[in-house]
Each structure stands twice: as C-alpha cells, then as structure tokens.
Design a protein around this ligand. Structure first.
Ligand SMILES: [Zn+2]
Length: 437
C-alpha cells in the first residue's frame, strides 16, 4: 500500500483524509473488508465513495481514530499499516507470528491500569504464558489429528511441547483438558518447565524476527535488549534461576503502541485470526471455513461445569433482568468473547435465553457494569472457590484490565446494551468509576 505509506506523515494533520483512511485501508486489502464477521455490520461511507463494512468494535476503532489526539491518530494508522504489511509477509514457517501479535494485543488490554493507561512494557515471560494459552485449544484433536502449525513438514516446536504437556493430562468427564486443570494436576514445576521452553523459543526466533521487513529490522512495535542471535538456551539459565542483571526480559513498547493496540483491537483481532486459520488450513490441506471456529470460536470449551454454581451465586436469577431463571439459561461472557476471549470465572454470568440472545456481542450498559463489579467484590471468595473446585481459570485482575481498556476506548456516542432491544448512549463517568474500584 504505497499510497498509505506516503500519506501517513501528513494524514494526522488532515482530518477529512484521516476520517476516510480507515475505510480506505480496509478497501485496499481484499481480505480485510471480508474479515470482520460480526453479526451487525455497519456501512461507513468514505470520502471517495468506497464503502466498507466495519463491525461494532471496528466502528469503535474508527471513531477512536477520528476523535483521539493527533499523536495517537498517527500512531494508530502507522501501526495498522505496518501490521497489515507484516501479516502479508510470508517469511515465517510457523504460525508464531500470529501468536505473538495476538499475545501483544491481549496483554495490552489485560495489563491496562486502574486509571486506564495501557502498559509500556511486556515481559518475555508474560508473552510465553499467553502463547501457551493461545495454542492450548489448538492442541485438541481436530477429527483424529492435531493440526500442524508449521509448513516445514514437522510440528512447530512450541506447539509440539504444549501438545506433549497436554497429553499427560487425563481428560475430564466432558472429554476436555483445560489449561488450569493441567497446571493443577501436573504441578507448578512441570508448568514452569514448559513456560521456560516457550519463553526461550520466543527469544530465539519470533521476537527478533517479527519486526524484520525484507532484510532490515525496524523496531516499530517494541525495543528489546537481548541479541538478535543467541546460540542456545544457556544465556537464560541464570535469569531463570533469579540472578539479577543476567537477562533483560522486557519488551519496551514504542510510544503509543499499547494505546494503538487497544484502539485497534476490534479490527485487528479478526484479521489475525483469519490469517492464522488460513495458514493452518493451508499446511493441513483443509477447508478454512470450519477451522476458524475450532481455533478461536466461543464453543471450544464447554461452560457447563460452572453453570450450576454461578446460577446459585445469582440466587437462580438472570444476571441482567433479575427474572427467575427457567430451565433454558446460558452462561454469558460479560465482556463479549469476540472482543477478547476470556473464559475466566469473573467474566462469566448466567443469563436467561432472552437476555443472552439480545445482548449478543454488545457491551453491557453502566448499571450492568456496576452490578458486575459488585458481584466480583462481594463474591470474591465464592468465585475463587468455584474456580478452585473445578480447576477453572481465574484471573480477576486481567479480566478487569480488559474491561477498563475496552470501555475507555469506546467513542463518546457508543451504544451499550441495556436490556431487550434497548441500547443506550455510554455513561462514561459511571463506568469509569465502577471499574476504577
Ligand atoms: Zn434476563
């Protein structure tokens, strides 16, 4: 997209152009416009008569670009353009590139502070833990086989190791093996060993390679202090043993990159998922259409094990409308799965069928946010018990960080789901206050 690269320096100063450039960006990349699968799509007319469909968060990102400070606007556009270039580059034999980008995206949301500031540093260890989480569901059999994540003929090393770890865990009664359950059963030492291996692999290859375009490295996402080529894992041994000053594990995000990731989350996430699924389909010679659901879909883990306990916690009433629950009720992701996949116990509420279907992928309105925070506070011990008894994932700080980041990134006129068919304009102050505590 040479036109965009050339346009970026003065784009930030030219608002009409800026307003048009997100749709133009999408229109210029054929798969981009087709990659936003949300059910309620909106047509955004652009200056030159092009129209592309943006999903609800795509819309948020679009407004964010239009209303944010010029410095952020410039960063957002530059980052979007570079990332799209990166997604198209074919120099990675494995899917690591996608895992690292989604990892940085997730961590930018999860590590957002109480005052809404995205992180400026992410450690290689945090990224390693995230990469394990991302590949975990991919290591379940697809049909009879585990999907290959590398075009080299053998399985990608990181995935092979996660697969081996997973294979040691007996399946639960529902035939599943969750990561928290595996960690509980196999112990912290086994998990530590896996995390170290993945951390080393990231340091060895994708992290120094990610920002290389052609043969030149341009650190537009993060700076790092380790050498681009390390011969073996020995250099990390003293660091793992806690010797200070032996290895700098920080990825220092470039100014504005954390905020740009938050702003672009709704647009970037489906794009990376789509490209990732496409590569997995290609190397496994499969149809792409069903693969994306398997790799990233909401149904990849059954929520049934926690449903009765959550129902009891809510005294048998729908979380949203407080009507008594009938037989048909569902576990709902408070922060919608499509915006940030989080099965952690704090993100789950029980809703009747009507509310669950009406809320879909909307964000809940201020009253629900207050109610949700109140539940997390008042029932902190109960939620911890539910998670512990079922070896269920729980990361209250991360779940809260994501809510803070996502709600703050919504535009002033964002519509939130109140109940039934009612959408209301965001009450930002109420929501910020509820999420600050
Ligand atoms: Zn309801």
């Amino acid at each position: 997209m040479p036109w965009l690269a050339a346009a970026v320096p003065w784009l930030a100063a030219a608002m009409p152009w800026l307003a048009a450039s997100v749709p133009r960006l999408a229109a210029s990349v054929p798969w981009l416009a087709a990659s936003v699968p949300w059910p309620f799509l909106k047509t955004c007319p652009a200056e030159h008569g092009e129209a592309i469909r943006l999903g609800a968060l795509g819309e948020a990102a679009y407004h964010r670009v239009m209303t944010a400070s010029p410095a952020l606007e410039g960063t957002v556009l530059r980052l979007a353009e570079r990332l799209i270039q990166l997604l198209d580059e074919g120099s990675f034999a494995a899917t690591y590139k996608y895992a690292v980008i989604v990892g940085l995206l997730d961590l930018s949301l999860e590590l957002t502070s109480a005052t809404g500031v995205p992180p400026d540093t992410i450690t290689t260890r945090q990224l390693a833990e995230k990469v394990i989480e991302l590949y975990w569901p991919h290591c379940a059999p697809y049909g009879e086989h585990i999907l290959r994540q590398s075009s080299s003929g053998t399985q990608a090393e990181v995935v092979k190791r996660i697969q081996a770890f997973r294979a040691r865990v007996p399946l639960d009664t529902a035939g599943a093996a969750s990561l928290p359950r595996a960690c509980a059963l196999l112990g912290s030492e086994a998990h530590e060993e896996l995390a170290r291996f993945v951390e080393w692999k990231l340091v060895e290859m994708p992290l120094p390679k990610l920002q290389v375009v052609g043969s030149v490295e341009d650190r537009f996402l993060y700076e790092y202090g380790f050498p681009r080529k390390m011969d073996n894992s020995r250099p990390l041994q003293p660091y793992w043993e806690g010797e200070p000053g032996t290895f700098d594990n920080r990825l220092l995000l470039k100014p504005g990159v954390g905020a740009a990731f938050v702003a672009l989350n709704g647009l970037l996430r489906p794009l990376v998922y789509r490209q990732w699924a496409r590569m997995v389909a290609r190397v496994n010679k499969l149809e792409e259409s069903t693969l994306e659901g398997f790799l990233f879909g909401v149904d990849r883990q059954s929520l049934d094990p926690v449903r009765p306990a959550l129902r009891e916690l809510q005294s048998g009433r729908c979380f949203y409308c407080e009507e008594r629950l009938s037989r048909a009720h569902h576990v709902d992701h408070f922060i919608p799965w499509s915006r940030h996949p989080d099965d952690g116990i704090h993100n789950l509420v029980v809703a009747d069928e009507r509310c669950n279907l009406k809320k879909r992928a909307y964000f809940a309105a201020a009253g629900h946010v207050e109610h949700w925070r109140e539940r997390s506070r008042r029932h902190a011990a109960d939620l911890a018990t539910i998670a512990r008894d079922r070896s269920w994932g729980t990361a209250p700080d991360r779940t809260l960080g994501v809510a803070r980041a996502i709600y703050r990134a919504l535009p002033e006129d964002a519509r939130l789901w109140q109940g039934g068919d009612d959408l209301v304009v965001i009450e930002r102050l109420r929501i910020v206050a509820a999420l600050a505590a």
